[in-house]
Design a binder for this molecule. Sequence first.
Ligand code: GLN
Length: 563
Amino acid sequence: MGEEQLKELGKKSVDSEFFTLIPEGYKKGKVKYVIITGSVMSGIGKGTVSSSISKLLEERGLKTSPMKAEAYYNVDAGTLNPFRHGEVFVLDDGTETDLDLGSYERFIDKNLTTDNYLTTGKILSEVIEKERAGKYLGRDVQLIPHVTGETKKYFRKLAVDSKADVVLIEIGGTVGDYENMYLLEAVRQLIYEEGKENICLINLTYIFEPKTLGEQKSKAAQLGIKKMIELGLMPDIVICRSEAPVNKSIREKISVFSNVPMNRVISLHDSDEFYKIPLMLRDEELDKAIFDVLKIDEKKLGKNGSLEKWTESMSVKNPKKKITIGIAGKYTGLKDSYISIIKALEHCEAEFNVKIEIKWIEATEIETKRKKVTEVIKGIDGLIVPGGYGKRGAEGKIECIKYCREKNIPFLGICYGFQMAVIEYARNVLRKKNAHTTEIESKTDYPVVCLLPDQKKIEGLGGNNRLGGYDISVKKDTIAFRLYGKEKIRERFRHRYEFNPEYVKEFEEKDMVFSGRSPKAEIMQILELPKHKFFLGTQFHPEFTSRPLKPSPCFKGLIKSCL
Ligand code: GLN
């Protein structure tokens, strides 16, 4: 479709069957798209593959902007239970997203925005709002063309706003789900409108190798691809995830079934070395295949070079030491609920060339007295108490913190962990045995943690924590200042409660230092105990800004003190 025709579609959007909203400043062909879909099953690393592709393209000097298009009806990830869906990742602009955005940010070392995260809830809210405002001018509002039209608008808006050369769109779920059908339909239309040479469609599939058979089987993958073709989507590249490298005859079968040439049927087997994945994909010439489809002249791009160094720097080959970090949480059954913390520890592994073993401590087991704190904490070199909400597990976390404070074991408390450290200190050092947070005990006579003033008037639970990046003033001559090396820092928040500022003086008299404060309001952001080996609490989430080769200063401080 020509540029003029595309403009025409945009103009006629309300009085014809077409509904294509072209954002201002959009120029067809200026941006290329890479769309990543999944088939067969979820959980095979679509987010990691998407992040890796972004990294491979950035390596060659192309500016990328990755988007996760999520099929859930939730407007954002804020109300999702981390136990079901994994961690809620928070962007600097305050958007609560799925954990894939964390993966993108870490791989390409860029801050993303709300435009990089799309959900069905977000699109439908807009459609309904527009319908109520009469913006569809008497039209019957339909999935096609209206919902798909709004979806394409988001894709193109990201292209304009990010000024990217390549927009990557990861479609949530797998092909065949009812929920993401409209996203795939929007992609089909986008391919027609933008032209084949501007869109590269990748399908990530899975090749099973049942133990009873001892050989690889491609049927499930074939059916998944067939489903895509039925929807009018011909993949340009197929990436086959599998336990072992995918053999030639299986790749041939996939090729025959999907009309994808052999050099674009790529094998990606399991690897223990997570940071090697982009390089593994490059070794399979995935980057070349993408340039080929998108008609990008490789000769005009920058050279490869930094990826080997990045991969090498992130690999921990002969660690000089092994340490164990305990994480006391309540979602320890699903490691994805703490994925950014795990990643921040990995960044430290590379930084210090150490092996960090994680010991998951289920805080609820301590408070229900099924296990003793000495028993669960045995053998750890340091403790992290991560963010959380609600009553379950809180007393268990407080017991763990007490133990670490008294036994001089390095401790990092994050968000709820910061608040639990405050309660522990109030109860056991200030001798206020009823001290609590009003989140759990609304009538406590010693409310050391209470609702933020802005939160008092809020109703409902969606999108209304204190969210996103805020500046923090760091006090000189403190642990925090030594870690960050500057007086003004910025970190990301997600909380409703805070340290009750009425008690600052009482705590300071008993040697607790509030080394980080909000420059605008009286909100305590960092606490520390100067006499302890390492005792730091942050009201923010340092794990969200930790990146490969640039570990979070707070995590660095913790690990360094353990060493
Ligand atoms: N529940 C606490 C609050 O709302 C802590 C939140 C968190 O850890 N993310 O303030």
